[in-house]
Design a protein around this ligand. Structure first.
Ligand code: AMP
Ligand code: MG
Length: 422
């Protein structure tokens, strides 16, 4: 494919990019490593949750029939035959007139069929230093019905029940459910490895002394952080100088990744080296996307030499453009590899407090702070100067405006569309 440069919409660019990506193979992973990943096969519970009938309250396990007619003025007195903590089992059944002092979660003693909470007995009235059932007796102040305060075996999960269906995105509660049925790992679609390369003679890695005329490389970490937040495994390839040799070497170091993301070197007049290298190592398209910030975008695939192709997303160099472009194109690609289709951010209508000017026919993703008013309506204010090199404008924002290509301005008080970033 020869390099070309055409003007396309955000949707077109995204559709062309997504066509290149596929869900990655499934593998079994330890629970704690799977947040944000997608369950690849139905997970079936091997056993019941809870495994046994047990008490939902601290109190006394009783035979409900024994407590019939009990009241504060006419308590029923039962003989306390045992004290049972959670984690222990009582083997001997309780008989008529007997009770077991029992703690939340302890399996129901055989013979008992209800729990009377401490509050409905004379236990709260006993001295703090008195043994729990020193007298060997407990007075019950209220009749218990059968099954009162009992949690039944399998009431949460039945053996053989699907606890997580294939396709479910894993959150802390899913991890909890899996652990609850005794599992330590789960089959999920693999996380993509995203190799990230900054390009430019002017870049210095943070932590190193800044050479005269240089700037620190912000893009590598901001893009890596975004990739990681999306659920990918970022791999930093460092900084490539604008030479054919260095760029070629560094790009090849990313050939075993699932996607290579480069930043800079794709804007007009700047990119001869990048373009040459990209085209030589694979096929590459240069697009002009109708968006602001960001406009130049490269997308293609490298031929790894072993018959594989690695998709390549070439972001613009300006730090804000790089992040917004990654948000619009990199994030959906990562989601697709993870088996997720829910990459679209929530959008709301908001009243803009500031004027937003959009003169050059591109969709304007201005950085904004979105707040919800008392009436439930949203309002948005811009995060100050919107230059595509002003990274602090991004850091202050929790949203991006979506001002259409053909809308030249929005005045304070106008309703605009906003994409929420968190
Ligand atoms: P370019 O796309 O190479 O024309 O770069 C556009 C602007 O982004 C220039 O001002 C670059 O210095 C700047 N830039 C490029 N890469 C980075 C980076 N990794 N971190 C911060 N700024 C960058
Ligand atoms: Mg450059």
């Amino acid at each position: 494919m020869m390099p070309s440069s055409e003007m396309i919409s955000v949707e077109d660019a995204r559709a062309r990019i997504l066509a290149f990506f596929h869900r990655l193979p499934a593998e079994s992973r330890p629970l704690l490593e799977t947040l944000g990943q997608v369950v690849a096969e139905d997970v079936v519970a091997p056993s019941a949750i809870p495994p046994l009938d047990n008490t939902a309250m601290d109190g006394y396990a009783v035979r409900a029939a024994d407590t019939s007619g009990a009241s504060e003025s006419a308590p029923v007195t039962l003989r306390v035959v045992a004290d049972l903590a959670a984690g222990y089992i009582l083997q001997t059944p309780i008989g008529p007139g007997e009770a077991v002092r029992i703690m939340t979660g302890a399996p129901l003693p055989p013979g008992s069929d209800a729990i009377v909470p401490f509050e409905e007995t004379d236990e709260p009235l006993r001295g703090i230093n008195e043994a729990p059932h020193k007298s060997g007796q407990v007075a019950i102040y209220k009749a218990a019905s059968v099954a009162a305060n009992v949690r039944f075996r399998g009431e949460d999960v039945q053996p053989g029940q699907t606890v997580l269906p294939a396709g479910r995105v894993i959150r802390p509660s899913e991890v909890g459910v899996l652990a609850n049925v005794g599992l330590t790992s789960v089959p999920v679609y693999r996380r993509p490895v995203v190799a990230i390369l900054s390009t430019g003679d002017e870049l210095t890695a943070p932590g190193m002394p800044l050479a005269p005329g240089h700037i620190y490389d912000a893009n590598a970490v901001s893009i890596a952080a975004m990739a990681s937040e999306c659920g990918a495994q970022p791999r930093l390839l460092g900084i490539a100088r604008d030479t054919v040799d260095d760029l070629t070497t560094k790009i090849r170091e990313g050939f075993n990744a699932d996607m290579i993301v480069t930043s800079a070197g794709v804007s007009r007049g700047d990119f001869d080296v990048v373009k040459d290298v990209l085209a030589r190592e694979g096929s590459i398209d240069f697009w002009t996307v109708r968006m602001k910030p960001g406009k130049p975008l490269a997308f293609g695939a490298f031929n790894t030499g072993d018959g594989r192709q690695v998709p390549h997303l070439g972001l613009p160099g300006n730090p804000v453009s790089a992040m917004v472009s990654f948000e619009l194109f990199g994030r959906p690609a990562i989601f697709k590899m993870l088996g997720r289709s829910d990459w679209a951010r929530r959008r709301v209508r908001a009243i803009t407090r500031d004027e937003v000017v959009n003169v050059d026919g591109r969709r304007f993703y201005a950085r904004c702070i979105v707040t919800k008013g008392e009436d439930g309506g949203y309002s948005a204010s811009l995060t100050g100067p919107q230059g595509s090199g002003i990274l602090t404008s991004m850091s202050a924002a929790n949203g991006l405006t979506v001002i259409p290509e053909d809308q030249a301005s929005a005045r304070p008080g106008d309703e605009i569309e906003v994409m929420l970033l968190d």
